[in-house]
Write a protein that binds this ligand. Structure first.
Ligand SMILES: C[S@@+](CC[C@H](N)C(=O)[O-])C[C@H]1O[C@@H](n2cnc3c(N)ncnc32)[C@H](O)[C@@H]1O
Length: 256
């Protein structure tokens, strides 16, 4: 029997947010690749396993080692959040081809939305969401800015921010053309998680001199901080939609 390499959506850090499938497959793997941090939060589920930090290897060496380890049994990679957005593991998945199996998980944006108890789209308030990171927008003269992505009706979900907050907020204020809600979700799913809800006009003062994005640190790794911007963050849903749906959708359901 040939074994597989499981890329398990590990969620933002809290093992309680693992899917049952991911937990079962992790239990079957003796060899686990994981970014630092997960070795602490997932300690109980990792007991007795052989742990590796994937980023310590050059690509070809990593693929070679994983293939050697596969001879003895399945191998797991813990993928922060999951593979859907900003995952560093795509090249590894591609190189392993049929040997790779991807298991979905809870993204940091899902966990932040749950903390806020807010859906990120809302009829009549936010009609679309844009996920972006200023790190990956590019630097060329035609590269879009965060301000270009901001416009009324858009929920903007900003990963791996590397722009000083006052500058970022000024760009967003221009794009939205008005003051709107913003939430800073820091280390969601970890014991010291923190969420700051403010508006574009108040967030800078509210955050003060705290460096939530590691911009003053020599550590080049992106901070575990997600920004969510949009009017659905503080809007109340219109309950008349409930009855509208009941009359126009569910009443006609034939239960087939
Ligand atoms: C390389 S991306 C990985 C995203 C991951 N695939 C996901 O779906 O959550 C890293 C960025 O995701 C966000 N992030 C990841 N984990 C987080 C957490 N626990 N709390 C807040 N933001 C987090 C931050 O913006 C961080 O800079």
């Amino acid at each position: 029997m040939s074994h597989h390499v499981y890329f398990l959506g590990a969620g933002p850090g809290d093992p309680e947010l693992l899917t049952r499938r991911a937990e079962r497959l992790l239990g079957e793997c003796q060899v686990v690749y994981l970014p630092p941090l997960y070795d602490q939060t997932f300690a109980e589920l990792l007991e007795g396993k052989e742990l590796f930090v994937p980023f310590e290897f050059y690509f070809a060496d990593l693929i070679k080692l994983v293939k050697e380890q596969l001879v003895n049994g399945p191998v797991a990679f813990l993928v922060p959040g999951d593979l859907t957005f900003y995952s560093p593991f795509q090249a590894v998945v591609d190189a392993l081809d049929d040997l790779a199996v991807v298991v979905p998980g809870v993204g940091s944006v899902n966990a932040a939305s749950a903390l806020l108890k807010k859906t990120l789209d809302l009829p009549g308030v936010c009609s679309r969401a844009i996920l972006a990171s200023p790190r990956t927008l590019g630097n060329g003269p035609d590269a879009p800015t965060m301000g270009d992505l901001a416009s009324p009706g858009v929920s903007l979900l900003i990963y791996m921010n590397n722009i000083p907050l006052p500058e970022l907020v000024a760009q967003l204020r221009k794009g939205y053309g008005k003051d709107i809600p913003i939430a800073l979700a820091h280390r969601v799913g970890l014991p010291d998680e923190e969420i700051i809800v403010a508006t574009l006009d108040t967030i800078v003062t509210k955050v003060g001199d705290r460096d939530f994005f590691n911009l003053e640190s020599t550590n080049p790794r992106p901070a575990l901080t997600l920004l969510l911007v949009g009017e659905s963050l503080t809007a109340d849903a219109d309950p008349t939609w409930w009855d509208y749906r009941r009359d126009h959708i569910w009443k006609h359901q034939d239960n087939s």
